[in-house]
Design a protein around this ligand. Structure first.
Ligand code: SF4
Length: 430
């Protein structure tokens, strides 16, 4: 399978190799003009655009990997003009990809927002950036200002800034905030979400997916599928026990090991967390697997939000799982039983395990807690934590056995390799 991209093969990050953001002139020089319809509801243009997105095989890069063309087709049938919300919340602490796009290629995100707005004949297009991400907000505002005099689009773009909480970026939480409520998720994971803002349906799209739409609008679906064995490229945020954490654009299907090698691992790799903090741990045997949902499935993993966190023998897997759980427990909206009671209890028990200060019943208690959390939240947050913990305890089973037997490993008091922002004492939801 293809290797990581050389500088000249970059697509989303083309022109940013020198670490300089692309202004509007630079953006047009690299990507060329974008052709947008001059009238509302140009059916010929809309169906050509939908056909290109369908041919591209593009799937959502925010985590769910749902086919973008199917999602768009559904929304094109809505009676009332919708609100389009580009989701640049990036609540995953280890994810940087959407922020990197906003900082270095903001016009690609804005182009994609205009294309989506025109396809859906949107009443309004907003770009939601967490308010604790001022760099991304400034960059996008500057880019909007730069193109404001060009009269190249019928679509007005506006930046909005919800609170930067982990679950505020979940699309139902984002829609709730846009509708004037707290940014707390509102739907059940097993039911299709109908999101409404001001009486209109809301179409929420991840920022990287939106930037991909801008490329497909220029170059077509076949071109997009020409990388990654038909899957296109995607952005991977690599962090953890590496010397050079960063965001890398790679063809989907590149081996996990070759992506990780770009970030220069520090020591012997003992495990990797894929997708995000609500993702899945895999063992080092997965390094040979293609980084794609199909390639990672046999290992229980998925690409998710493009997060790859590397763990090595300098840190204790059990202590790291406990830290993530504690952080995730604090980041819940605290309005459902598994988040209000289950996650804090799980975090406490994992801390006991990490400190090897538990009674022999701890393993049973952990199993019982995980079963009690599953499928009982209004959103997928607690399920994600349970999945992360289960997979982590599997990958670090030998460490867990040692800790439960009272043998704390030498690394359990080492500093974390994780990106863990401080949980604010006062939770802000509006
Ligand atoms: S499951 Fe947790 S995060 Fe999701 S809505 Fe309920 S309390 Fe909030």
């Amino acid at each position: 399978m293809s290797d990581v991209l050389a500088a000249g093969e970059l697509r989303l990050l083309a022109g940013t190799e020198q670490g300089r953001p692309l202004d509007f002139a630079g953006h047009l020089a690299i990507h060329g003009e974008l052709s947008l319809p001059t009238k509302r509801k140009d059916d010929q243009w809309r169906s050509a655009m939908l056909g290109a997105i369908e041919a591209s095989g593009l799937t959502g890069r925010g985590g769910a990997a749902f086919p973008t063309a199917i999602k768009l087709k559904g929304a094109m049938g809505w009676k009332k003009r919708p609100i389009v919300a580009i989701n640049l919340m990036e609540g995953e602490p280890a994810a940087q990809k959407d922020s990197v796009l906003a900082a270095f290629a903001p016009h690609l995100v804005l182009d994609g927002a205009e294309v989506l707005g025109a396809i859906l004949d949107a009443a309004e297009v907003v770009i939601a950036v967490a308010r604790d991400n001022p760099g991304a907000i400034d960059s996008l505002n500057r880019a909007i200002l730069e193109r404001s005099g060009t009269k190249r689009s019928r679509v007005d773009l506006k930046i909005v800034s919800p609170p930067g909480r982990y679950v505020a970026g979940e699309e139902s939480g984002l829609a709730a905030w846009l509708d004037g409520a707290d940014a707390r998720p509102t739907f059940r994971p097993d039911r299709p979400a109908i999101l409404k803002v001001g009486g209109r349906r809301a179409y929420v799209e991840n920022a990287e997916t939106t930037a991909d739409v801008a490329l497909i609008a220029r170059h077509g679906g076949q071109w997009f599928a020409g990388a990654g064995g038909g899957l296109g490229t995607a952005l991977a945020s690599v962090s953890g026990a590496v010397f050079e954490s960063g965001v890398f654009e790679v063809p989907l299907g590149t081996t996990l090991g070759s992506i990780v090698a770009r970030a220069k691992p520090r020591g012997r790799i003992t495990g990797l967390l894929l997708g995000g903090y609500g993702g899945t741990f895999v063992g080092p045997d997965a390094l040979d697997a293609p980084w794609s949902n199909d390639g990672l499935r046999p290992y229980g993993g998925a690409v998710g939000a493009g997060v790859i966190v590397v763990f090595d023998d300098s840190s204790c897997g059990i202590a790291e799982i406990a830290r993530i759980t504690q952080w995730m427990s604090h980041e819940s909206a605290g309005q459902c039983g598994p988040c209000a009671f289950g996650l804090p209890a799980l975090a406490t028990d994992l801390m006991l395990a990490a400190n090897a200060s538990s009674s022999g019943r701890l393993e049973n208690r952990l199993t019982g807690l995980l079963a009690a959390i599953d499928g009982r939240g209004a959103c997928a947050h607690p399920d994600g934590v349970a999945r992360m913990v289960r997979s982590g305890l599997r990958v670090f089973a030998a460490d867990l056995a040692g800790h439960l037997g009272g043998r704390r490993c030498a690394a359990s008091s080492s500093p974390t390799v994780l990106e863990l922002p401080k949980n604010d004492e006062v939770l802000e939801w509006r």
